[in-house]
Write a protein that binds this ligand. Structure first.
Ligand code: V3L
Length: 84
């Protein structure tokens, strides 16, 4: 993203970076001051809650994952499930 930040979601042993397209969507909604935002990840709808800084699947049981916006240099496991 333009100012050197990236978006991350929680894994079991660290943090994953969002794929670039999703990160752009997240950034636009975040900068617009939205409280929540819905997006599709691998065919499933997820809710992003910018106030609680979490994501969770909308229509099925699944994990509530913490999310964060941090410097792009933050150490990651990989990007969108693709390990480094
Ligand atoms: N981007 C890509 N895939 C996601 C995302 C996302 N924002 N959110 C969930 N999934 P759930 P470890 C993650 C995937 O939350 O070993 C990682 O990307 C999620 O993938 O219950 O815990 C890894 O691929 C999972 O496969 O809805 O660090 C994998 O978990 C599936 O959606 C293991 O990571 C269900 O997640």
């Amino acid at each position: 993203l333009e100012d050197g930040y990236q978006w991350f979601y929680e894994g079991r042993n660290g943090w994953w970076q969002y794929d670039d397209r999703t990160a752009v969507d997240l950034e636009q909604n975040y900068k617009r001051g939205e409280r929540t935002f819905e997006m599709v990840i691998a065919g499933a709808s997820y809710v992003i809650d910018f106030q609680q800084l979490i994501q969770f699947p909308k229509h099925r049981a699944g994990r509530i994952r913490k999310i964060k916006r941090s410097a792009a240099s933050f150490p990651i496991l990989g990007v969108a499930g693709i390990r480094l």
